[in-house]
Design a protein around this ligand. Structure first.
Ligand code: ATP
Ligand code: MG
Length: 178
C-alpha cells in the first residue's frame, strides 16, 4: 500500500512562502500547543483533496492565503501539493492551487480538470465523495454516536465495498453452484 510522503505548502494558512511538512512515515502523530497549526495540516490535506472552503474553516477560498485571516494576505495564491508514494516507490504529486476564489488542479505538474483529479485520487483509494475519509477535531464522538446503519453506510462508501456488493454476491453464488 502507498502512503503520503510529504506535503509541500506555499502561502497556505500558517505557512509563509514555500515550506515542507514531513517527511511522513506510514503512521504519523502531530503534536503541538494550542493554535500551533495541527489542524491546519489536516486543512492542507483536505484542501489538496478538493474540499470546499467551509470544511477548511474559512468563508472564502481566498481566506486560505497566509495573512488573509488578519486582512493582510501575502499573495493572491496559495497551494498545497501532496507527494504520494505508491507500492513501487513511484511518486505521484497531487496539487491544488487557489487564485482568488478559483482552484486549479495538477497531477505531476500537468494541469487536469477536477473530474480527472478526483478519478486519479480514487485510483489510489481516496474517495473524495466519501465524507469522513478524514476525521476532524470533535468528529470522533459524532461518528461513534451514529446510528449503526448510518455508520455502516459511511464505512461502505469509504471502502467502496458497496460498488463491489453485486460482484461479491455473484461470485458467492457461483461458488455455491460449483
Ligand atoms: P488546537 O490545539 O487549539 O486545536 P491547532 O494546533 O489545531 O490548535 P490550528 O487551528 O491548526 O491550531 O491553527 C491556528 C493558527 O493558524 C492560528 O494561530 C491562526 O493565526 C493561524 N492561521 C489560520 N489561518 C491563517 C492564515 N490565513 N494566515 C496565517 N495564519 C493563519
Ligand atoms: Mg486543532
Amino acid at each position: 500500500m502507498g502512503y503520503l510522503k510529504q506535503i509541500d505548502v506555499e502561502n497556505f494558512k500558517s505557512w509563509r512562502g514555500k515550506q515542507v511538512i514531513g517527511p511522513f512515515m506510514r503512521f504519523n502523530c502531530i503534536i503541538g500547543t494550542n493554535g500551533s497549526g495541527k489542524s491546519n495540516v489536516m486543512d492542507a490535506l483536505s484542501f489538496a483533496l478538493g474540499e470546499r472552503a467551509a470544511a477548511l474553516r474559512v468563508k472564502h477560498l481566498r481566506d486560505l492565503v497566509h495573512g488573509a485571516h488578519i486582512g493582510k494576505p501575502v499573495s493572491t495564491t496559495a497551494s498545497v501539493a501532496l507527494r504520494y508514494c505508491d507500492e513501487e516507490d513511484r511518486e505521484v504529486v497531487f496539487c491544488r492551487k487557489v487564485t482568488g476564489d478559483s482552484s486549479a488542479y495538477h497531477i505531476n505538474g500537468a494541469h487536469v480538470v477536477h473530474s480527472k483529479y478526483v478519478e486519479e485520487l480514487a485510483k489510489i483509494g481516496i474517495v473524495t465523495k466519501a465524507q469522513n475519509c478524514l476525521v476532524f477535531q470533535g468528529e470522533v464522538e459524532s461518528i461513534a454516536l451514529k446510528d449503526p446503519k448510518e455508520r455502516t453506510k459511511m464505512l461502505e462508501t469509504i471502502s467502496q465495498s458497496k460498488e463491489l456488493a453485486a460482484e461479491y454476491q455473484k461470485k458467492k453464488e457461483d461458488l455455491m453452484k460449483a
